[in-house]
Design a protein around this ligand. Structure first.
Ligand code: AGP
Length: 612
């Protein structure tokens, strides 16, 4: 969480920093700040709340009229240590006010360091862990910022992406990475540092992804990367893959709605070149595995958090149903502290949109420590998880800006559907069955487009139900994780309490909650479990509960029982999650909108959860 950015060059430094922070705001939005060079001094502007508050403050400050800054740093915060306040906002400065630091991560031993610094006479202005870095740099300062950061880093325990500047080291920024992402952007006579390359696409031509333990020093026209022992490291620069449009809302009022409507295209991108129609199977080059190796796999374990975990549950169902390979999904936050039994004939996947989720990253490292071969299913190119896995699949859904994940979810299950088809065709699935699957799967983007036409109907449904304080989402089989994802979406952005359960579990306890005040959202695809779902709906109706059914077009029985019905197009039962999730995403979006919530940046959250 938290986004950091740094700039050295001749352009308007505060504008560049604010533009970069705008792209990073999804990482945290409690408060933000910038520090830019003045005349032998550093000018700091910080504000609590959304980035607009900082933008206004900068426009009203001396920087609006007299801005000669040629280097500076910025930060957007998701609070970990200390309340949300201006004092706790970054950048943090030392006692002289000449050093400024932005930090993403947690300094675990800050309390001992702070006590020692206070005993040495340092005056602290915030309750944050990060401020110790500024004071440690002050103690280590001998005229060389690079030497100072090299002296300070060994004292820090925890995780960090840091950028620091000193008024007496004009035109120089230093950055360091340990557990929190940091990328270097290379432009024409300008250099950048940022938590993620998305912040750099407007200006930088190339990026260099820093690895843990690396320290970088930049000026407008050059950079130098070293390890902790000050040995030079040569790294290759990559092209930036994003388009600037990816970061604009276009004609949509919110990123979330734009991303929901992008799904027909984002799924197509994730399948391009990955469906082998001649052999009725899929192709995933990034797995780096031979057919013999894939045939030898006896078990698949999928690890993820939040929405990515639910995508993993669906992926496991694909693998068991289609390929007959035992598979299960595990919560990253749980598996990392278990004694994970790694078996040689098992395959491990970590799933993460951002590729930076701390829980998932810890689980990945733990699995690798125990000898597992771990593959990644990631969206963010060059992210830590993508780089630390032994291969994998980029889902290519494009940057996802809204905190609530939508298009990444359908792209993640797209990757799993392709993988399951490959595994199935290497086992019992016939070419006729493979062909039927690939044809039905190829039709999904068009069917999602059709489902998206229900938008205004779902907006009316949301208006009818958004004042209910509680909701139950119910599904069975492959639609159980869809129900849980629908509940997560609703609570995350509308703050309505919602629970996603197996419809068969209703009678084991949850049914006692059923009354007129409790709406139930049933997922009723036209599959082998349809009749059981219909029975559960009747049980709810018999207790005066309100039922909304998401069913297949033409399901008159569901229509007769439910109070409200949303009909989605027919597809293969195994592909139902692709269509069932769309009304749930739209329902969450419109409910949040009607309740006046901040749809793209819900309270207390951040897009990428880089702390445990
Ligand atoms: C989804 O809407 C959430 N914002 C959240 O559950 C998210 O999916 C989770 O934090 C995992 O993120 P990742 O995919 O980037 O690892």
């Amino acid at each position: 969480m938290c986004g950091i950015v740094g700039y050295c060059g001749v352009k308007n430094t505060s504008e560049i920093l604010l533009g970069g922070l705008r792209r990073l705001e999804y990482r945290g939005y409690d408060s933000s700040g910038i520090a830019v060079s003045g005349e032998n001094s550093i000018i700091v502007v910080r504000r609590v709340g959304k980035l607009n508050n900082l933008t206004e403050a900068v426009a009203e400050s001396s920087l609006a009229t007299d801005n000669k800054a040629s280097f500076g740093i910025g930060h957007t915060r998701w609070a970990t240590h200390g309340e949300v306040s201006e004092e706790n906002s970054h950048p943090h400065t030392d006692c002289t006010g000449k050093i400024a630091v932005v930090h993403n991560g947690i300094i675990e031993n800050f309390s001992g360091l702070k006590d020692r610094l206070i005993a040495n006479g340092h005056k602290f202005k915030s309750q944050t862990d990060s401020e110790v870095i500024a004071h440690l740099l002050e103690e280590a300062w001998n005229g060389d910022l690079n030497a100072a950061i090299h002296a300070v880093l060994p004292m820090l325990r925890g995780t960090y992406g840091i950028i620091a500047m000193h008024a007496d080291a004009p035109g120089v920024l230093v950055g360091a990475r340990c557990g929190s992402p940091l990328v270097l952007g290379i432009g024409d006579n300008e250099m950048f540092l940022a938590s993620d390359p998305g912040a750099l696409t407007r200006h930088a031509k190339k990026v260099v992804y820093l690895d843990d333990g690396e320290i970088v020093s930049i000026t407008a026209d050059g950079f130098n990367i070293t390890d902790g022992k000050n040995r030079d490291i040569k790294k290759t620069a990559d092209n930036i893959e994003f388009r600037n449009d990816d970061f604009e809302k276009g004609d949509f009022p919110h990123f979330m709605l734009k991303e929901i409507f992008e799904q027909p295209e984002s799924i197509k991108r994730g399948t391009t070149g990955r469906l082998d129609l001649a052999a009725s199977t899929g192709k995933l080059g990034g797995l780096n595995m031979t057919e013999d190796e894939l045939r030898a796999i006896r078990r698949v374990v999928i690890v993820g958090a939040g929405t990515s975990y639910f995508a993993g549950c669906i992926g496991a169902n694909f693998l068991e149903s289609m390929a007959g390979v035992p598979a299960r999904a595990e919560l990253a936050s749980e598996i990392c502290y278990k004694n994970i039994i790694v078996e040689p004939d098992s395959m491990y996947f970590v799933v993460s949109q951002s590729g930076e989720t701390a829980d998932t990253l810890i689980a990945l490292r733990e699995l690798k420590r125990k000898g597992a071969r771990v593959l990644g299913i990631c969206n963010a190119v060059g992210s830590t998880i993508a780089r630390e896995t032994d291969g994998g699949v980029y889902i290519h859904s494009g940057p996802e800006i809204a905190v609530a994940s939508t298009k990444a979810f359908t792209s993640q299950i797209t990757a799993f559907a392709i993988f399951a088809a490959i595994m199935a065709r290497l086992r019992e699935m016939t070419s006729v069955q493979g062909d039927a699957f690939i044809k039905a799967f190829s039709a999904i983007p068009a069917l999602i487009k059709e489902t998206l036409e229900l938008d205004s109907t779902i907006a009316k449904l949301a208006e009818k139900y958004c004042n209910y304080p509680n909701f139950i989402f119910l599904g069975r089989g492959i639609c159980l994780p869809v129900a849980r994802e629908g509940a997560l979406k609703l609570k995350e952005i509308s703050y309505i309490h919602a629970e996603g359960i197996g419809a068969g579990e209703l009678k084991h306890g949850t049914i006692s909650l059923i009354s007129e005040a409790m709406p139930s959202m049933f997922l009723v695809p036209n599959d082998g479990l349809r009749e059981k779902n219909i029975s559960s709906m009747k049980e709810v109706k018999a207790r005066k509960g309100r039922v909304i059914a998401i069913c297949t077009a033409g399901d008159t029985e569901a229509r007769d029982i439910a109070d409200d019905v949303i009909e989605v197009p027919e597809t293969l039962p195994i592909l139902a999650p692709f269509l069932m999730i769309i009304p749930l995403q739209l329902f969450a979006y419109h409910s949040a909108l009607k309740l006046g919530r901040d749809v793209d940046q819900p309270r207390n959250l951040a897009k990428s959860v880089t702390v445990e």
